[in-house]
Unconditional design. Sequence first.
Lengths: 115, 111
Amino acid sequence: ETGVTQSPTHLIKTRGQQVTLRCSSQSGHNTVSWYQQALGQGPQFIFQYYREEENGRGNFPPRFSGLQFPNYSSELNVNALELDDSALYLCASSPGGVGMNTEAFFGQGTRLTVV
Amino acid sequence: GESVGLHLPTLSVQEGDNSIINCAYSNSASDYFIWYKQESGKGPQFIIDIRSNMDKRQGQRVTVLLNKTVKHLSLQIAATQPGDSAVYFCAEMQGTYKYIFGTGTRLKVLA
């Protein structure tokens, strides 16, 4: 167990809808990152939050947005869902701050299917 | 762009034998690397990490080797067990905030 929990575990949405995925990080972990993992691929970095501020973003459009809260929880929001958004979405938390290289602890993921 | 790749998509190993999973990275400035194990339906699980000022690091039944000259990582698993069956990813820290993952190698342990 990594102490990182995600909800829901599975979700089915229709193209064009909006979705919010949730993550609860380990207590004391100030950094949370979100990744998208397509079937048969490695995780792709979406963005990272440190102390409630976005401090890095991957090659994802603005319809992917996030929030981090003081209670170590965070959200990933995706607007105008597309079929290609179907994937496993992973949340990872780490104790390090910006510039600190530390391991990231992953949740079990949310499997999103867009139909 | 920078990427982390893996040489073998699938590796089949006899139970009890040693496994070696390889990974190439392209950013010579990277200074932190992690190996993750991902079982079906689960998130990646940390196995072992290594910093660029080291060539080798050992854990319990696992060893990671780093060859900075050729930008190559390997994960060695001793006495491979059925529970080791999973997909293994190497990840390279890029900049100060994100990991770049490869496609992964599926390890199959044969009884």
